[in-house]
Design a protein around this ligand. Sequence first.
Ligand code: IVH
Length: 671
Amino acid sequence: MDRPQAEARIVELRDLIERHNELYHVRDAPEISDAEFDALFRELRDLEAAHPELATIDSPTRRVGGAVLEGFATVAHAAPMLSLDSDADEEAIDRFDERVRRALGEGASVAYVLEPKFDGASLELVYEDGLLTRAATRGNGVAGEDITANARTIATVPLRLRAAARAVPRFLSVRAEVIIEIAPFEEYNARLVAEGKPPFASPRNTAAGALRQLDSRLTARRPLDIFVYDVLAAEGFAAATHWEILAALVEWGFRVTDERRRVETAAQIRDYFREMTAKREEMPYEIDGVVVKLDDLAARRELGTTSHHPRWAFAMKFQPRRAVTRLLDIVASVGRTGVVTPVAMLEPVVIGGVTVSRATLHNREEVARKDVRKGDLVAVQRAGDVIPQVLEWIPEQGRRRARAFRMPARCPSCRTPLVERGPFSVCPNSLDCPAQLAGRIIHLGSRHALDVEGLGEETARLLVAEGLVKHLPDLFDLKAEQLTPLEGFAEKSAGALVAGLARAARAELPRFLYGLGIPEVGATVARQLARHFGTLAALRAADEEALTAVEGVGPIMAAAIAGFFREEHTVEVLDALLDGRIRLVESEPASAATGPFENLKFVLTGALAGMTREEARREIEARGGRVVSSVSARTSYVVVGEDPGSKYDKAQKLGVEILDEAAFRELLTAS
Ligand code: IVH
C-alpha cells in the first residue's frame, strides 16, 4: 500500500472504529462482532505503526493511554461550572415551582426537563471543529485540571463529533458526569480483593480518582463511562430549549440518558422523583437524586443565578446511604473457593430502604487496617447494588474495646487447618468441605447465574448438612419427597424448589458459565465468553491464546479459565451436569417474552425515521422475537432504514426477506 492509499485507509478505519465504538458503548446496539471490531483495530494499529507520520492524537488507537505526566495544568472553563441547590424534602419541589412561576409572571407557560442526578465526577469536554481538544475536571468551578489524556481513554467520550442533520459547531464545550457502572465496579473490586489489595469504597470515588491519574494507562484500566447533560458554551450552535440541546448532543454522538423527561407541572416532577426513587435499586449505575431544569433558555436568563447556583434548576436528593450501627460480632465464613472471610455481623439497620445486617470485611489485613472490633459502634455504607461496607469505627467515651479479631486456625466448617495465601486464609479441602459446596450451590442458584427460586443460603446449607447434595450435580436430582421431611420445608415449598430447579435446568450459556464460579470470571466476562464462543464445547476446547482473543480477557484470566476446564473435578462435575441434568441454551440468550415473533430473528440496518434502533428492538422483543447482529440464512427478516450497510447486500444475496420501515411497521401493527 503506498502512502496516499494508507492515509485514505487510516481515515476510513478511524471513522469506522469510532462509529462502531459508539454503537457498542453509547447506543448499546452493536452491528459487528467483537472479532470484526478487533480486526479493524489491528489493521489501523499496524498501518499507524508502518506510517508513524500519519498517527494523530484523535486516533482510537490512543484510547489505551500513554505518557506519564509530571502534573496537571490548570485550565479555565469555557463557562463557569455551577453547582446545584438541593433538598431531600418533596415539598421543596412545590416551593421551587412556585418561585419559578412567580418570577416568570402568572400565566407564563413553564416546562421542565427532568434527569437523573448521576453520582459521579463532573467533567468539561471541549471540541474544536468537532475534534476533542481538551478535557478538564470541575475544580473550583471556574478552572479545573487539564486531564485530556485521561478523558481520551474513556470509551464513551467521542474523540470526534459526528456531523448529522445538525452541523458540528466550530466550538463546543459540554458538561458531563464520569461514572462507573455498578457491575464493572464490583468486578474491578473483586479483582483487587483477589490480589489482596484494598477495594475501592464507591464507584464515584474510583471514577474521580481515575480521572486524576498522572499515568493515563492506569485510567484506561478503570471501566469509566460518561453521561453528557449540558452545553457550557458553543459557537455555531444555538438552541431555544434544553430539550433541543439534549437532542443535538445525541446527534453528535454523545451518551445522553434515556431517562430524560419533559414535564409541565410540579405534580409530574413529584411522580418522576418517586419513579426514580423506586428505580434507583435496579439502575446499572448510581444516581443520588433527580435534577429539575427549566427547559426554556430565555426564561433561564430571566431567572439568573446566585454566586453558586442557577435559580432555574435544582436537585432533589435521595435519602443518604450511610448509617451508624453496632458491630455485634466478626464471624469467619467459608466461601465457595475456600477463602475464609471475616464477616461483620451488625445490629440490623435500614440504609436507603434496605435492612443491612452483615458486611464483608474481605480479609484479616483489612480487619487489621480498619481495626474494627466486636462491640464497636461503626459507620456502614451501602450504595446501589454494592455490597454493604463497614467504613470505620466510632470512638465512644468511657467504653472499653474488645480484643482485636483473630482468624481461626482451622476451617470453621470442616476443621481442616487453614493455609495462608497472602492476606487470605484458605481452607484447602476444596472437594469435601461442606461450606465450600454450599457456597458453590448458592452461587449457581444466584440471581445472575441460574436464578433458582427458593434456593437461598439457608436452604443450600441445609441440603449439604442433610447429605442430600454431596456433589453439585445432585442438586438437579432432588425429589420433593426428599425435601418435605426437612425442617422449614412444607409440601408447597418443596415442590416450588424442585420446580425452580427444573426451570433453571434450561440454562442460558452466559448464566451457566457465571454460575460455575470459574476463577476471575464475573457476569460480564461470562457474557463475553458466551458471545465469543457460542457453545460450551467450543469454550472448553479453547486454549489460552484463543481465550485472550475475547474482549476483557487478559493472560492471567485466560490461564485461570483454561486451568479450570482442565481440572479433573471440573470435568467430572460438567459431564454429570450435562448428562441430562442441565440443558444449555447456547445461541444468543432467548428473550423472555413469547408472542407472535417467537423464533423469529431480526437484523436491523440503517436509520429508521420514526423510531430509534432501541425502540425497534423493544418492539420486536416485546413480541417474543430477537434482534441479532449479523445476517445469516437463519435470519427471518432484515429491517432496512436509511443508508443501510453491507447487511442489506448480504440479505439480498442470501434471499432473506427484507422489510422497509413501512413494511416493518405493518408487521408490528398486525401482530
Ligand atoms: S446540571 C448549573 N445535571 O451534580 C447546572 N448536574 O451540584 C449544573 N450532576 O456538580 C449541573 N447529574 O456534577 C446537572 N443531570 C445532571 C447531573 C448533574 C449529576 C452533578 C454535577 C453537579 C452536581 C450538582
